[in-house]
Design a protein around this ligand. Structure first.
Ligand code: NAX
Length: 329
């Protein structure tokens, strides 16, 4: 049963593109259900506070029955105070000439204090979901500064990649996307990710049986999913926002509701060595939820091809961890 006292949901980067799509979906009840009142705690940096006030006015003007309050702030303590969900969307985008390692370090400067503030101020049932890139490693940094929060409360977003993979498989097979299940994204939310078509199903049958075209599956399918974000920037002149917000909603739903039989959710979680992944990395894996707890799906097998892909994304995540070693608590 949903509680009638409001759940506090913090969204960072609330005045950004994703925030502009996400907040309205949360406030309308799509995140935590139609009976659950919500208080939105919107965290931004000082220069974006004016824009955030505009978003707050628009949220007010929707007169959402479930929206019990809005706290817009640039103060970390206020932002995370009493939060049961922290959706960490805000981060600094990569600018021209910036190396990946520079980006990792700049964002470390954001996610360390946020991790500390979450540990000090959030509710005891806090769950943290990191979207801001590089999301796996940002999650690792925040988590390392909030050791008292259990491992199973930390997530980074690979769901947009899962959704991208599912629609590509559906289109190729000529079926509705609802026929596609068990699509997991392994590793990093980056161009090294491995969208696992081998264990995906289409209409209950193995995807490689329905799409009998290994060359396409191992080639164009993977690169389309890996490069989709770049293609959207090319076409739209801005990065994916509505589909990213949609994936945040899907992700949280996949954590708080039981996973359907034969399906899984893609989430990056803290590795405990599953499938040989290095312990402690925030690694994209197939997850099943009971509605209360999440666990990594067991017993999945991979071809040599898939194992090589997973090794490459593992290596990238390990090098990211090494690059931010001095930022880890
Ligand atoms: P925007 O640049 O539109 O918005 C980011 C917002 O974050 C800005 O309003 C900025 O003021 C704010 N911000 C920066 N530092 C902050 C801090 N320390 N505390 C609070 N707020 C802060 O970016 P948007 O398009 O909304 O994307 C947000 C993040 O999502 C980016 O890092 C982006 O790369 C990442 N994405 C992650 C995806 C994923 O699948 N994991 C997909 C979509 C998206 O690319």
């Amino acid at each position: 049963m949903a509680s009638t006292s409001p759940v506090h949901v913090t969204v960072t980067g609330a005045a950004g593109q994703i925030g502009y799509s996400l907040l309205f979906r949360i406030a309308s009840g799509q995140l935590l259900g139609p009976d659950q009142p919500i208080v939105l705690r919107l965290l931004e940096i000082e220069p974006a506070m004016q824009a955030l006030q505009g978003v707050v006015m628009e949220l007010d003007d929707c007169a959402f029955p479930l929206l019990a309050g809005i706290e817009a702030t640039s103060d970390l303590k206020v932002g995370f105070d009493g939060a049961s969900w922290a959706l960490l969307v805000g981060s600094v985008p990569r600018k021209a000439g910036m190396e990946r390692n520079d980006l990792l370090k700049v964002n470390g400067g954001i996610f360390r204090p946020q991790g500390e503030a979450i540990a000090a101020n959030a509710a005891s049932d806090i769950r943290v979901f990191v979207v801001g890139n590089p999301c796996n490693t940002n999650c690792l940094i925040a988590r390392s500064h909030a050791r008292e929060i259990p491992d199973d409360r930390w997530f980074a977003m690979t769901r947009l990649d899962q959704n991208r993979a599912a629609i590509q498989l559906a289109k190729r097979a000529g079926v509705p996307v609802s026929d596609v299940a068990n699509v997991a994204i392994w590793g990093n939310h980056s161009s090294t990710q491995f969208p696992d078509f081998e264990n995906a199903t289409i209409g209950g049958r193995p995807a490689p049986e329905v799409i009998d075209d290994q060359a396409w599956l191992q080639g164009e399918f993977i690169t389309t999913v890996q490069q989709r974000g770049a293609k959207i920037i090319e076409a739209r002149g801005a990065s994916s926002a509505a589909s990213a917000a949609n994936a945040v909603v899907d992700s949280v739903r996949s954590i708080v509701t039981p996973t359907a039989p034969g399906d899984c959710a893609s989430l990056a979680v803290i590795s405990h060595g599953e499938y040989g992944t290095p312990e402690g990395l925030v690694f994209g894996l197939p997850i099943r939820s009971t509605g209360g707890t999440c666990h990594v799906v067991e017993g999945i097998t991979h071809s040599d091809f898939a194992q090589q892909k997973i090794a490459a994304t593992t290596e990238e995540l390990e090098s990211e961890r090494a690059a931010v070693a001095d930022l880890l608590g």
